[in-house]
Ligand binder design. Structure first.
Ligand code: FES
Length: 144
């Protein structure tokens, strides 16, 4: 058994915001090339805030725990605030991750960025430069 922190295990055993949103405003789907696991994240946006957020993943305990934590952090925040979330902060808030599991924590943040990207494109909104760069990187790595 991996040496996970108590917070990681708590999220893993009882993940928050697990599931699917019907008629989402944006969907982000990414894959982890290292292990082949996949994550799909759905958002509902109202007045530029994340009104609702859910995720589905075929991932390990670290991926599930980080997704649970990331979706908690994103709910109710503005899109600008959410785009500033970074995986190092998420790992810190979770009490750390075993080094070989750090790559798993990227899935949730990447999927969230992709969901916001899709939302902005669908609504013909300007894409922030940083988000465009992240999107291109995710495309280059391959979705799954
Ligand atoms: S091993 Fe695949 S997401 Fe963690």
């Amino acid at each position: 058994m991996m040496n996970y922190s108590k917070i990681v295990l708590k999220h893993f055993r009882n993940p928050h915001n697990l599931g699917k949103i019907t008629k989402p405003d944006g969907v982000g789907e990414v894959g982890n090339m290292a292990c082949g696991d996949v994550m799909r994240l759905y958002i509902k946006v109202k007045d530029d805030r994340i009104e609702d957020i859910k995720f589905e993943t075929y991932g390990c305990a670290a991926a599930i725990a980080t997704s649970s934590a990331v979706t908690d952090m994103a709910k109710g925040k503005t899109l600008d605030e959410v785009l500033k979330l970074d995986y190092e902060q998420v790992i810190k808030d979770l009490g750390g991750l075993p080094p070989i599991k750090v790559h798993c924590s990227l899935l949730a943040i990447d999927a969230l960025d992709e969901a916001i990207y899709e939302y902005l494109v669908k609504n013909k909104r300007e894409i922030p430069r940083d988000l465009e760069i992240k999107h291109q990187k995710i495309l280059t790595r391959g979705r799954h």
